[in-house]
Design a protein around this ligand. Structure first.
Ligand code: SF4
Ligand code: SF4
Length: 444
C-alpha cells in the first residue's frame, strides 16, 4: 500500500524526514567521536546568579554522564554546576575523579537524598535525622569532597514529605558543621503511585517556595511543559530562589512505536484497531509536515534539540540547565548553546514539532490519567523510566527501577481498554507507549 507521498508504508517509516525526526530523536544517543582541537576553543559564554546563593553558575550545567572524558571537557570549558544524587551509583565516583585537583570553590556541587520509605535502603537507614546524616556522609565520601554546596530533598510525594523533620534537622546540623551551604528540592513527578495521596510537582514546589527554607530548586521544564512550570519559575524569581532544570528536551515520539509495531507483527501478532488508528494518524501528520521540512531545510534532530535548549535559556528566571552528556558530540552541542537565545526559526521549529509530534510526549511530572487505571499502573513514572533508557542511554538504571514495579508494571496494558489514554488531555497514545516501554524495559 502506498501513502499519498508515493512511499510504501514501510518506506514512509524509514525514509520520511519527519519520520526520522519523530523517530530518530528517540533512539539511544549513539554518537561517537573524539575531542578535537576545535572543541578546546568552546567555552561557556554566560553565567547567571543562582538566586540567593549568590553563586555565578554556568548557564549549561553538568548532570548525568557515562564517560568521564566529555564531562571533564565540560568543566574545562567553564561549566561549574554539577548535579548528582545518592541514587546515581558509580556516577559519584567518576565525579570524584574529574574534580580531583580543581579549585573546589569554583564549583557548585549539588546532591539529593530521598525521603521515601518504600525504597529499601531508605527504609533501612530511616528518615530520622541520623538516617539522613548517614546517607549524606556516604555521598560525601563517594564524591571525595569536604562539603556540598547544596543538599536537596528529592521528589517528595507530598508536602509532608517536603517538610520531613529528619531531613531538615539533618540539614540544619550539616549547615552548622560547614558540610552544606544551601538546601534545595528537586522534583520531576511522582516516584511511584498511590501509596500516599499524590500531589503535583507544581503544588509541592510552590509550597517549598512559600516555606522559605529552600534556596535552590531543580525541576522539569520544557517547551511542551510550560504553563505551571513557568509559574514556579516566576515565584522563584520573586523569592530569589535559584533555579536549575532537567527534562528540557522532550524530543521523542514515533520511532519506538514503529519498532514496537514491527516487533509485534514479526511475532505473528495482529495489530489492534487502536494501533492501526495510531499508524494512520502518524502517517497523516508526517505527510502534512513535509512542506515545513523543505521550507526550513531541516536536516537533523539536533536542530530541534538545540531549539529546545534555547527555549529554556531564553527564560530569564532560569539559572542553569542540567545536561546529560554521553559523548563528545553531546559536549560540543551543549557548549555551543551557552549564551544562546531562541530565534525566529527556532520558535517555528518548536511550534511545528509540538503540533506534529507533541502528542507522543507523555509530559514529565503529569500523571493526570493515573487515577483512571484499574491496575494502579504508574503511567508517568514508567514513561520516565523509558525516557532514561531511550533518550538518556541509562539502560541499566531504567530497567532496575522498572523491575521494582512488580505487578503494577505495564504488562497490564496489553489486555486493557486503555482507560488512561482516554483520560489524557494531550491525546498521547499512551497505551501503545506503555506496551512498547514494557518490551524495552524488560527485553520481553
Ligand atoms: S499520558 Fe497524558 S495524562 Fe497521562 S501522564 Fe502522560 S501526559 Fe499526563
Ligand atoms: S493501558 Fe490500562 S492497564 Fe495500562 S495504564 Fe492504561 S488503564 Fe492502566
Amino acid at each position: 500500500m502506498k501513502t499519498s507521498s508515493g512511499l510504501s508504508r514501510r518506506e514512509f517509516f524509514t525514509k520520511s524526514t519527519l519520520g526520522l525526526i519523530g523517530g530518530g530523536f528517540l533512539g539511544p544517543i549513539s554518537y561517537t567521536g573524539e575531542k578535537s582541537a576545535e572543541e578546546d576553543k568552546l567555552k561557556i559564554k554566560e553565567y547567571r546568579i543562582l538566586g540567593r546563593t549568590g553563586f555565578r553558575v554556568s548557564d549549561i550545567g553538568a548532570g548525568d554522564f557515562d564517560d568521564p572524558a566529555p564531562f571533564r571537557g565540560l568543566l574545562d570549558a567553564g561549566v561549574n554546576y554539577i548535579d548528582t544524587s545518592e541514587t546515581y551509583g558509580q556516577h559519584g565516583r567518576k565525579i570524584a575523579e574529574v574534580i580531583k585537583g580543581r579549585d573546589r570553590s569554583s564549583l557548585f556541587i549539588s546532591s539529593k537524598l530521598q525521603a521515601d520509605t518504600s525504597i529499601r535502603h531508605i527504609a533501612t537507614a530511616g528518615i530520622h535525622k541520623e538516617g539522613f546524616l548517614k546517607r549524606f556522609y556516604r555521598v560525601l565520601d563517594t564524591l571525595q569532597t569536604d562539603y556540598l554546596d547544596c543538599l536537596m530533598i528529592s521528589s517528595p510525594e507530598t508536602v509532608d514529605d517536603l517538610f520531613c523533620k529528619g531531613f531538615h534537622e539533618a540539614a540544619e546540623q550539616l549547615k552548622k558543621d560547614g558540610k552544606i551551604r544551601f538546601v534545595g528540592v528537586s522534583h520531576h513527578g511522582s516516584q511511584w503511585f498511590y501509596r500516599k495521596p499524590r500531589m503535583s510537582m507544581e503544588d509541592i514546589l510552590l509550597a517549598a517556595a512559600e516555606d522559605g527554607r529552600f534556596d535552590v530548586m531543580l525541576m522539569a521544564y520544557n517547551f511542551l511543559k510550560e504553563d505551571r512550570s513557568e509559574q514556579i519559575l516566576e515565584v522563584c524569581d520573586k523569592k530569589n530562589i535559584g533555579t536549575t532544570l532537567m527534562k528540557t528536551t522532550p524530543i521523542r515520539s514515533y520511532n519506538f512505536m514503529k519498532e514496537y509495531y514491527e516487533r509485534k507483527k514479526a511475532r505473528g501478532k495482529e495489530l489492534s484497531s487502536e494501533e492501526l488508528k495510531n499508524i494512520a494518524r502518524m502517517e497523516k501528520k508526517m505527510e502534512k509536515a513535509q512542506d515545513f521540512i523543505k521550507r526550513y531545510d531541516l536536516k537533523s534532530e539536533q536542530e530541534i534539540r538545540d531549539a529546545a535548549i534555547k527555549f529554556v535559556l531564553s527564560n530569564p528566571f532560569v539559572h542553569t540547565v542540567c545536561t546529560t552528556v554521553l559523548n563528545f558530540n553531546d559536549m560540543r552541542n551543549f557548549l555551543k548553546l551557552s549564551g544562546s537565545r531562541l530565534e525566529r526559526r527556532d520558535k517555528k521549529l518548536l511550534s511545528v514539532y509540538a503540533q506534529d509530534c507533541g502528542e507522543f510526549y507523555c509530559r514529565h511530572a503529569c500523571g493526570i490519567c493515573e487515577p483512571a487505571c484499574p491496575h494502579e499502573v504508574p503511567v508517568n513514572t514508567i514513561m520516565r523510566y523509558d525516557h532514561y533508557f531511550s533518550a538518556q542511554g541509562r539502560e541499566k538504571h531504567a530497567m532496575t527501577q522498572y523491575a521494582h514495579l512488580g505487578s503494577h508494571s505495564a504488562e497490564n496494558c496489553t489486555s486493557c481498554e486503555g482507560y488512561c489514554e482516554k483520560a489524557c488531555p494531550y491525546g498521547v497514545p499512551v497505551q501503545t507507549l506503555l506496551s512498547a516501554a514494557h518490551q524495552t524495559l524488560t527485553f520481553s
